[in-house]
Design a protein around this ligand. Structure first.
Ligand SMILES: NC(=O)c1ccc[n+]([C@@H]2O[C@H](COP(=O)([O-])OP(=O)(O)OC[C@H]3O[C@@H](n4cnc5c(N)ncnc54)[C@H](OP(=O)(O)O)[C@@H]3O)[C@@H](O)[C@H]2O)c1
Length: 416
């Protein structure tokens, strides 16, 4: 095993030929060119022809980018890839289908790793199987480095740090509400959702992990005050609006709770966290919230039923496809965080987290790219293991996202 500092590359972008991978490649190229002294990076994947076509499509500035080939299903290939680089940045999903040999290889040879998975049951399996080996090898692994879950996870860390510095305490209950967003889904994201629902049909542990609010906490520490995600709409009196469940809430909330646990419970053991989508007030808001909750529930139920899932698969974007450049450019997200003050409601703090592209791809690709660079370049805790964005990358990543990825973290009222 070579020392992490003696590797040929800082970052291998694994899955660069995919829809999201190509966007991460564009971002890294814009930031660092093809291998500056700031970052030595390479395109990685299984198909040389596709990767060469991607490199040509990126323009003459990309001509010197190295290409690394391997098959995600081969443990030998994945070990070779992991030994070449300090950080593997992976967009090869569904992760439960393709991702385990790569994680195992990174853990074995002490390579840092980040990805875009939102597949909680797979993350739980990886953590439980490899945490001890990662601690021994020094590999630092960070799942969920995209729209799920960076804005939720770093947003909560941000508002809690502001609570501490402004009021000298932390909030016992943080609520995230989606105020607006525009964007679509890629074939790879849909394939990952369908794959998880298919696994859940045959393996009750998958269903349990999806439903358990503390599924991602360290083993032996998987309980707390929060209940499972709501399925029905509700009236949010603090916001004066109706809310619907947020489709990403199931994964985001688990990651925020894991961050609290990994950081040693700085928000308290009684800390509560939830997410929703604001739908408006009055009868119109109630109707919209009801329709959204019903629609989401229907999609999940259909995804769990084989013939309905196959019918949908034939009509939705295929792997490699996703929102158009115009849709990504025009896209955005606007999230509101509300930190309840334990004793004085006038001291409640609100923050906004916003992004300048569609959340799933335009913005996610920049978040993932910056997470990989943060792992390779920033001064972070060095001990190995499975982390969350907030528990390892924290403020260093937030600074990068504000400087280079179009994200803003602001306390309401400070803008004036
Ligand atoms: N967290 C978030 O916010 C977020 C946002 C976006 C995407 N995602 C997740 O990211 C993942 C990728 O999404 P996507 O839309 O980019 O998917 P995609 O377009 O289907 O790309 C998948 C990539 O995996 C590669 N691949 C598949 N099998 C492989 C194998 N055996 N060996 C090596 N490479 C292999 C594909 O290579 P080929 O090109 O050769 O087929 C392609 O590069 C999905 O799991 C999705 O859910 C998450």
């Amino acid at each position: 095993m070579t020392n992490k500092t003696q590797r040929e590359f800082d970052v291998v972008l694994w899955g660069a030929s995919g829809f999201t991978g190509a966007l991460v490649a564009e971002h890294l190229l814009r930031r660092f060119g093809a291998g500056s002294s700031e970052l030595h990076w390479a395109l990685g994947g299984r198909n040389r022809g596709k990767l060469e076509a991607l490199r040509s499509g990126l323009g003459s500035g990309a001509a010197d980018l190295p290409i690394v080939i391997g098959d995600a299903g081969s443990p030998e290939d994945m070990r070779r890839v992991a030994e070449l680089t300090r950080v593997v940045c992976s967009t090869v999903g569904p992760y439960a289908k393709y991702g385990s040999p790569l994680v195992e290889a990174c853990v074995a040879v002490g390579t840092d790793y980040c990805d875009l998975t939102g597949e909680a049951p797979w993350m739980q399996r990886m953590i439980d199987a490899h945490q001890a080996t990662a601690e021994a090898s020094g590999a630092r692994l960070v799942h969920t480095c995209g729209f799920d879950c960076i804005p939720s996870d770093l947003g909560t860390l941000f508002i809690q740090n502001e609570m501490k510095s402004r009021h000298g305490l932390v909030s016992p209950f943080v609520k995230l509400r989606v105020q607006g967003f525009s964007g679509g889904a890629s074939g790879g994201t849909l394939a990952s959702m369908f794959y998880m629902m298919e696994e859940a049909r045959s393996d009750p542990r998958v269903m349990r992990a999806m439903g358990d609010p503390y599924a991602l906490n360290p083993e032996g520490d998987r309980s707390g005050p929060d209940a499972a995600e709501r399925l029905a709409p509700w009236y949010d009196s603090e916001f004066g609006q109706w809310s619907a469940p947020f489709v990403m809430g199931g994964i985001n909330t688990k990651v925020v709770r894991r961050s609290n646990a990994l950081l040693g419970y700085p928000f308290g053991r009684g800390f509560r966290y939830d997410e929703g989508v604001l739908m408006g007030s009055g009868f119109g808001g109630a109707l919209k919230a009801g329709a959204t909750a019903f629609g989401q529930g229907g999609v999940m139920a259909a995804a769990a039923v084989g013939p309905l899932r196959r019918f949908a698969e034939g009509r939705l974007p295929a792997p490699g496809e996703g929102p158009s450049p115009e849709a990504r450019e025009k896209g955005y997200f606007d999230l509101l965080l509300h930190a309840v003050h334990p004793g004085d409601s006038t001291q409640t703090l609100r923050a906004r987290v916003t992004g300048d592209r569609d959340p799933g791809y335009g913005s996610t690709s920049k978040m993932l790219g910056e997470s990989a660079v943060c792992l390779a370049r920033d001064s972070l805790p060095e001990s190995g293991g499975f982390f969350t964005p907030a528990s390892l990358l924290g403020e260093a990543l937030r600074a990068r996202l504000e400087a280079h990825a179009g994200l803003r973290f602001e306390i309401e009222g400070d803008e004036a």
